[in-house]
Structure formats: structure tokens, C-alpha cells
Write a protein that binds this ligand. Structure first.
Ligand code: ASP
Length: 356
């Protein structure tokens, strides 16, 4: 009898023990799947490499070619995954890795410097099929912050980790750790020096206060990716070094779910880039999804309204890339340019930099 009682209490203990988030499979089975599947059997992917004062007259043919080559390499990486039946989540992560590993973009290797001459990186990712999400802020030794965001989503009970704790988690999850010097690039250091030397403008809160594009856009260059896979699932991800000369552990919109990143199978997947403070205040990525959900309007209409009307009215600058559950895409920005690319199920590729 005593033995039976001991056995029963042990079984009860096991049943009541809180389940860790565990593997992706555990998470998926624990989370409600969105029931909206695409009505068309398609897939697609869209990326951005930051928005800002990107003018043809400031660009050399070599620089332009370098950006286009990297955007193409990145989007083809994700497209191949989707074509082979891989998940949108994997496509988003691997595509962003290509951009993070390039010094051209303000994410990973090419991250901008803080005022104190260090790099603090932010990233987030969201799975539209479960509304599960992961984010990290202010990490300085993680080579690919988007991978860490995905780890947070799949293998921790949390949505957002920051600073040293996030780095500790990265080590525990055996992600690639680098010396902080890995993020040093000459160009970003030059940009920081320039921004630090620039006289404080009396109207420094306004984006239009700076006329030197390098200073004016010292806040831009983030990378992002949204994708729809063959299984009808949407995902979005964003990775950034934040704003040049940022102080006080400033965190922008990129790691904030709803501002920098959002995905919901019922509506769309969105990744933002621009002046983060405004994107946080406008909850830009979620607002586009909410407009589609509540107003029953198209992705294109919702994106236009949020970027061209609401964000602009607030004084914010930047843009988004987005894809809906039917594979329709949107690339909306209120700046002079936005590095961007799209690929659809037919393998058609578009690459853009300037305003059309
Ligand atoms: N949104 C980013 C931030 O504010 C910057 C960017 O998009 O380039 O941190």
C-alpha cells in the first residue's frame, strides 16, 4: 500500500511539473495553430536592407552592384529553402544570416557603433502559424542575433532577453560567440566620428534637421525578411545594430514584436526599418496586420495607410516589407530609398534601391 502511495505521488508530481518550452515540436504542439491557410498554393519572400536617404547621385556603380549582389544572394538563399518545401521560419533566419554576415548592412558584422564605440545588436523573429515569437536586445558577442531570437522563441519560456543574460543563454544554446572586435568596421567607425562631431542641431528631434545623408541616416540600415511557405505559414524577422551613436543601452523597434516584426497567418508578416522610436510609438508592424484584420482591407492598402499616413503624420521615417497569406507583397517607405528584393513562386526576382 505504501509503495502504491509513493508511486501515485511521484506520478502526480511528474504530471504537475511545469513543462519547459523544449523543442520546436513541443512548442508547436503547445500553441494554438492559426487556422487560416492560404487560398492559393504559392510561396514567396521579401527582404529589406534598410531605408533612408539613399540617392543615386550619392552611390557609385561599384557600391550599387555590391548591394544588389548581396541582396540577391540573401533572397535566393531563402527562396531555395521555400522551393524545397522548407519552413518560412527557416527561410527568414537563413536569409537574414547572409545579410548579417555582410559588412554592407547595419546588422551582425556591419552593425553601427554606439556612442561608447561598442556594438549592441537587436533582433526578433515571429512565427505566424503559432504567434510564437523571440527577441534579443543589446547583445555584443553573438555573431547572428536572429539565431538567438529564434532560440529564445523555441527553447526558452520567454519572448525577449537582453544584454548579458541573453549572451549567457546564447552560450548555453551553443550559438556562435565572437570577440566583440568581430563587429569592428572602418566605415561604421568613420560614421560614428562624423555623427559625434556634428553640431547638435536645435531641432535634433526631427529627421529633417540633418542634411548630410550619413548623419541623417545614422539611424538606418537594418535588415529584415518576411516569407510565406508552401505549407501556408508566414514568418517575419528583423536584425539590426540600431542607431549610430546610441546611448544608454537604447533599444529600437527591431526587437519589439509588433513594432519591428510581426507575423500572423490570418493576415500578414511584416518587418520594419527606420527611425525606431516612431515605429514603437506607432506599433507599425502590428498596425498593418490589425488594419487588415479589423478593416478587412488589403495588405497594400494597410501598408500605405500606416506608412504614408500614420507614420508620416507622427514624423517618423522608414519603411516596411510585408507578405500576406496569399503571397501578395508590399514594400512601402516614406524615405528616398530602401534596399529591397522580392522573389515569388515562379522564381521571378526584383531588386530595388531607390524610389521608382
Ligand atoms: N529601426 C532601427 C532602430 O531604430 C534602425 C533601422 O531600421 O535601420 O534601431
Amino acid at each position: 500500500m505504501k509503495k502504491v502511495l509513493i508511486f501515485l505521488s511521484f506520478a502526480l508530481f511528474l504530471a504537475c511539473k511545469e513543462q519547459p518550452k523544449g523543442t520546436a515540436e513541443t512548442v508547436l504542439s503547445n500553441t494554438t495553430k492559426q487556422d487560416t491557410k492560404p487560398t492559393v498554393n504559392t510561396f514567396g519572400i521579401v527582404i529589406h536592407g534598410g531605408a533612408g536617404t539613399i540617392l543615386k547621385e550619392n552611390m557609385t556603380p561599384e557600391k550599387e552592384a555590391a548591394y544588389k549582389t548581396k541582396l540577391e544572394e540573401a533572397i535566393k538563399t531563402g527562396h531555395t529553402i521555400l522551393k524545397n518545401g522548407g519552413t518560412s521560419l527557416e527561410a527568414v533566419e537563413k536569409t537574414i544570416n547572409v545579410l548579417e554576415d555582410s559588412p554592407l548592412f547595419n546588422a551582425g558584422k556591419g552593425a553601427v557603433f554606439t556612442y561608447d564605440e561598442i556594438n549592441e545588436l537587436d533582433a526578433s523573429i515571429m512565427d505566424g502559424s503559432t504567434l510564437n515569437a523571440g527577441a534579443v536586445a543589446g547583445v555584443s558577442v553573438v555573431k547572428n542575433p536572429i539565431n538567438l531570437a529564434k532560440e529564445v522563441m523555441l527553447n526558452s519560456p520567454h519572448v525577449m532577453l537582453s544584454g548579458r543574460g541573453a549572451e549567457q543563454f546564447a552560450k548555453e544554446r551553443k550559438l556562435e560567440i565572437v570577440d566583440p572586435k568581430y563587429f569592428y568596421t572602418e566605415n561604421r567607425m568613420k560614421a560614428l566620428k562624423k555623427v559625434k562631431k556634428a553640431p547638435e542641431h536645435p531641432d535634433a528631434k526631427s529627421a529633417t534637421s540633418f542634411y548630410d545623408p550619413e548623419i541623417k541616416d545614422s539611424k538606418f540600415g537594418t535588415v529584415g525578411c518576411v516569407a510565406l511557405d508552401k505549407h501556408g505559414n508566414l514568418a517575419a524577422g528583423t536584425s539590426t545594430g540600431g542607431m549610430t551613436a546610441k546611448k544608454w543601452n537604447r533599444i529600437g523597434d527591431s526587437p519589439i514584436i509588433g513594432a519591428g516584426t510581426y507575423a500572423n497567418n490570418a493576415t500578414c508578416a511584416v518587418s520594419s526599418t527606420g527611425w525606431g522610436e516612431y515605429f514603437i510609438r506607432g506599433m507599425v508592424a502590428y498596425d498593418i496586420s490589425a488594419m487588415m484584420e479589423y478593416k478587412k482591407i488589403s495588405l497594400e492598402e494597410a501598408s500605405k495607410e500606416v506608412i504614408q499616413k500614420k507614420l508620416t503624420k507622427l514624423g517618423g521615417t522608414g519603411g516596411i516589407v510585408a507578405i500576406d497569406h496569399q503571397g501578395n507583397i508590399a514594400m512601402e517607405f516614406n524615405t528616398e530609398g530602401m534596399y529591397r528584393a522580392t522573389m515569388n513562386a515562379n522564381g521571378e526576382l526584383t531588386i530595388g534601391i531607390y524610389k521608382e
